[in-house]
Design a protein around this ligand. Structure first.
Ligand SMILES: Nc1ncnc2c1ncn2[C@@H]1O[C@H](COP(=O)(O)OP(=O)(O)OP(=O)(O)O)[C@@H](O)[C@H]1O
Length: 294
């Protein structure tokens, strides 16, 4: 099929395999991420999502027919050069006692040369710009490890932005955050994706957040990509049930039009099978009315 997407490819993987000896293997992962893509990697526990992210980040060796970052062979790029194109925000940022400002400035390390130190005016201005954009400027003098989980995540993303990458890799950026902070972080990432045309690739467990924010999804199972496409194409009842071995009901978010996945409990399945009236169900209301009433 003719490729009609003219956006520049930031990352290209062709038939990538990798793993941990005989314990687990990623099999033939083929993937293209372009400027402006917001891609979510979803799949059940142990599917290989983090392993794939580790390969792309260069933390785990991989074999591939092609593995290119910004149009260049990945394994021929120096670490500093990789870091100018790709920034990684991992789940656990074990940050010691360091101020927000100093930590964010470390994002400029890939650009440091013998002639320009880390604290040059240009780097300071860049750090200030992104700290103001993400909202962490107010606590720039505080120690990172004294901030809340949500604030620390914003600081880690700010540091990644200061790297001025083309591709931002995120491993579950909203894990352990409440709904307000989940939305705050993902709204911010979406804003960066749209304003800076930044390509985003994130591992995300919450299918509804994935559906709401991502433009494309990769559904992984047993080390392979078993479905890919828009959230509507990937999050079908059959595909979700097949991958997660769990029944779900899928409807549409009435405000965004994105898929919305409801888990189905054993009781609800039994009630459906016996056509028993479901407690709390309001009669004579459309799904839209029910959802928007609360
Ligand atoms: N260092 C390792 N050595 C051996 N096996 C590993 C290692 N790290 C992960 N695995 C195994 O590889 C498989 C894939 O793990 P991975 O963390 O990539 O899955 P995941 O999809 O990210 O899972 P989760 O959603 O639970 O975080 C799992 O079976 C895991 O036990």
């Amino acid at each position: 099929m003719e490729d009609i997407n003219n956006a520049v490819p930031v990352l290209q993987l062709k038939k990538l395999t990798a793993g941990y000896g005989n314990a687990f293997r990623l099999k033939d992962i083929t993937l293209t991420i372009r400027q402006g893509d917001f891609t979510g990697i979803i799949g059940p526990n142990g599917a290989g999502k983090t392993t794939l992210l580790k390969c792309i980040a260069g933390d785990l060796p991989a074999c591939a027919e092609a593995f290119q970052l910004a149009g260049k062979p990945f394994n021929r790029m120096h670490l500093k050069e990789r870091a100018r194109h790709m920034a990684v925000v991992t789940q656990k940022n074990d940050i010691g006692f360091i101020t927000v400002e100093d930590y964010v400035m470390m994002g400029r390390l890939p650009y440091r040369s013998l002639l320009s130190g880390l604290s040059c005016v240009e780097n300071k201005q860049l750090a200030e710009k992104y700290m103001k954009k993400s909202g962490v400027w107010a606590y720039r003098h505080q120690a990172v490890n004294e901030l809340s989980g949500g604030e620390q995540q914003l600081v880690a993303i700010t540091r990644a932005l200061v790297q001025e990458p083309d591709l931002l890799l995120l491993d579950e950026p909203t894990a352990h955050l409440d709904i307000a902070h989940q939305v705050q972080i993902l709204d911010f990432i979406q804003q960066l994706n749209e304003e800076l045309n930044l390509a985003v690739l994130m591992v995300v467990h919450d299918l509804n957040l994935a559906a709401e924010y991502c433009t494309q999804l990769l559904l992984m199972q047993n080390g392979e990509v078993c479905a890919e496409g828009t959230p509507g194409e990937v999050l079908t009842r059959h595909q979700v049930k097949e991958a997660y071995k769990t029944d779900v009901t899928i409807t549409e978010n009435p405000l965004s039009g994105r898929p919305f996945v409801f888990p189905v409990s054993r009781n609800a399945t039994n009630n459906r099978n016996t056509k028993k009236k479901i407690p709390h169900q309001t009669e004579n209301k459309t799904i839209y009315e029910k959802i928007t009433a609360h």
